[in-house]
Design a protein around this ligand. Structure first.
Ligand code: PEP
Length: 248
């Protein structure tokens, strides 16, 4: 049997009680897909009722520190206590707006792994990288930290989201074949860290995914799911995406 699709909702800094209420009424439990909903962490406890066999909650980021004088930080233990079992790490908005370095991204991966959180490492190139022919080099370079981590448990709990930065929130997407060829390179690189890892790894495409276009991505052999930003703020659109990805 093939891998189950993984469909992730990233609310970013959006939504409020109304969106929480509409998610609580949503139908997200589909046999063929694992669904992870990542609201702002302040809403995690209110969304606990969503948790099912195939539906989990996640955070959009976490602190690299377990506890201490880090104002505004949220630790992996806090995420777990509020019902979160996953976290995004290294989203391009964190890298660009919060100047997260590769070193910090690695520390966050390690902190999440120590606590037993499943992780989704986000990677992607800028438009300038793509135009100058450096997209593959940029994305594979962002994966070098996995070799540094050299940790089988961390790699076992890892999924990767390929998100070309120029496609995030722009309405533009990579073509399914452009995404497939990047996913193939990502899988190859992870396989070089351990033969069975690459085969089991779920690699998601992210960047202006909608109910209209997600099916074309999931047809590609190395695209195992999607990371959804804007479209997940409309619950019925997100339900459609889950259904389409679950029935590939
Ligand atoms: C994202 O936030 O990771 C994302 C892919 O956003 P959007 O779907 O809005 O492009």
């Amino acid at each position: 049997m093939g891998k189950k699709s993984l469909v992730v909702a990233n609310w970013k800094c959006n939504g409020g009680i109304e969106l929480v209420q509409s998610y609580l009424k949503a139908f997200l439990e589909i046999d063929g897909a694992d669904v992870v909903v990542c609201p702002p962490v302040i809403f995690l406890t209110q969304l606990r009722a969503l948790i099912r066999k195939n539906v989990s909650l996640g955070a959009q980021d976490l602190s690299a520190f377990e506890a201490g004088p880090y104002t505004g930080n949220i630790s992996s233990e806090m995420i777990l206590e509020c019902g979160g079992t996953w976290t995004l790490i290294g989203h391009s908005e964190r890298r660009a707006l919060h100047l997260e370095s590769q070193e910090e991204v690695l520390q966050k991966l390690q902190a999440a792994n120590r606590a037993g959180l499943k992780t989704i490492l986000c990677v992607g190139e800028t438009l300038a990288d793509r135009k100058s022919g450096h997209a593959v080099e940029k994305v594979l370079g962002q994966l070098d930290i996995l070799r540094e981590a050299n940790d089988a448990a961390l790699l076992d709990n890892l999924s990767i989201a390929y998100e070309p930065i120029w496609a995030i929130g722009t309405g533009e997407t990579a073509s399914p074949s452009e995404a497939q060829s990047m996913h193939e390179r990502i899988r190859e690189k992870v396989s070089s860290l351990g033969e069975t890892l690459g085969g089991n790894l779920r690699i998601l495409y992210g960047g202006s995914v909608s109910a209209h276009n997600c099916g074309s991505f999931l047809k590609e052999g190395d695209i195992d799911g999607v990371l959804v930003g804007g479209s997940c703020l409309n619950v019925s659109e997100f339900e459609k995406i889950v259904r389409i990805c679950g029935s590939r």
